[in-house]
Design a protein around this ligand. Structure first.
Ligand SMILES: *Cc1c(COP(=O)(O)O)cnc(C)c1O
Length: 392
């Protein structure tokens, strides 16, 4: 069998189907292809380039790290940026300690391993993980085991044992899955991203908090996509009403450079010993310097107010779309939005938008997803929403 490959990229393993243009430059919310055509980017590289494509904040931080000549030393040695970033993250969240890695899947792998380690304390056998219907937590084996998408899972089975995927709408299902004897942790996205931009159903946060509390199970909140300002709040768990013991971050964290983080409470941190986990690249000085600059930029009140203002503008435009025949529902908050379609595959709209110079992505077969840069110009945002309307 020949893998499906784009002509120019024949030497890449065919796991992706990249769309036509070849991008050679970026500026703010715009990308430029090799023919000089400009595209308005409502994906920000899947929520990664949260400050846009040529952020002076990211470039300045990277330049400082390069000028210091310190890109990587490994975790055999101490440097300053990673502890400074960890201190910032713990001061601005529920957490007391942080582990750094290089992606969302890795951040979740660490969360699952830390949960198991914690669940084995004092000879206990709390090893099970509970994940939710239509979840996405990543493509490595542990994270994939907690991911509810048959197409991603089935070719790679058997997956990690002891992970249960539960439909919280099924009466009693969560209650019987989460037990004091066996459950180490429950993992949840405050708004499911790849699963179709689905906020938590009413009352589920309180149920999860209560069930985890009653069973002494950890609550892992996966904020890889929604964290760091995407919703207009610094973290999504606060507005969702979730009480995490562990939180995972990645996509926007280092402004485009690869970085993941697993934030934990003191009681989780205390169950981890030297040697339990590790990452050669994790928390290197270059990425940590960039990440601290990104975090400090996003966490300011005017910046977050700016995201909420942009979110209100999107609300108004999407409310108008919601009445259209081919739109079943519009979901999401801030600058994370999903438009569920009826009778039109999301891929068709993504393709038509591309033809008009607008980049949007799908979240499953029926949902068009918008993840524009958090600091997108208001004019660009309005222009993009017009292009989107025309593409529907
Ligand atoms: C993207 C994503 C991941 C996986 O991140 P990678 O960096 O691709 O490994 C995990 N969880 C959520 C919620 C995501 O959106």
């Amino acid at each position: 069998m020949t893998p499906q490959t784009a002509s120019m990229d024949g030497s890449l393993v065919g796991v992706y189907r990249p769309a036509g243009p070849v991008f050679v430059a970026g500026s703010g919310s715009w990308l430029e292809d090799d023919g000089g055509r400009q595209y308005l980017d409502f994906t920000s590289g899947l929520g990664v380039a949260a400050l846009g494509h040529d952020s002076a904040v990211v470039a300045g931080a990277v330049r400082r790290a390069l000028d210091a000549g310190l890109v990587h030393t490994s975790n055999l040695y101490r440097t300053r940026p990673a502890p400074a970033l960890a201190e910032w993250l713990t001061e601005h969240s529920f957490a007391d300690a942080v582990f750094f890695s290089n992606s969302g899947a890795e951040a979740n792998e660490a969360a699952l391993k830390f949960a198991r380690r914690w669940g084995r304390k004092g000879g206990a056998a709390k090893t099970e993980i509970v994940a939710l219907r239509s979840s996405f937590h990543g493509r490595t084996f542990g994270a994939l085991s907690a991911t509810d998408r048959a197409a991603f899972r089935t070719p790679f089975e058997p997956l990690l044992p002891g992970v249960r995927i539960v439909d919280p709408a099924e009466p009693g299902a969560l209650e019987s899955a989460i037990t004091a004897e066996r459950t180490a942790a429950v993992i949840v996205e405050p708004i499911q991203g790849e699963g179709g931009v689905r906020p938590l159903p009413e009352g589920l946060a309180e149920r999860l908090n209560a069930l985890c509390h009653a069973a002494a199970a950890l609550l892992i909140v996966d904020e890889v996509q929604v964290g760091l300002g995407r919703t207009g709040e610094l973290w999504a768990y606060t507005a969702a009403g979730l009480h995490p013991d562990i939180m995972t971050l990645a996509k926007p964290l280092a402004g485009g450079l690869p970085m993941g983080a697993t934030l934990v409470t003191r009681q989780v941190a205390e169950s981890i010993e030297p040697g339990d986990h590790g990452s050669t690249f994790g928390g290197g000085p270059l990425v940590a310097t960039a990440a601290l600059a990104v975090c400090q930029t996003i966490a300011t009140l005017p910046f977050l107010a700016g995201v909420r203002e942009r979110g209100r503008l999107v609300d108004a435009r999407l409310a108008a779309l919601a009445g259209r025949r081919e739109v079943r529902e519009v979901r999401g908050v801030g600058l994370m939005r999903g438009i569920e379609l009826v009778g039109v595959p999301a891929g068709d709209v993504v393709g038509r938008a591309l033809g008009r110079g607008l980049l949007v992505c799908a979240a499953g077969p029926d949902v068009v997803r918008l993840l524009p840069p958090l600091n997108i110009d208001i004019d660009d945002l309005e222009h993009g929403l017009e292009l989107l309307e025309a593409s529907l």
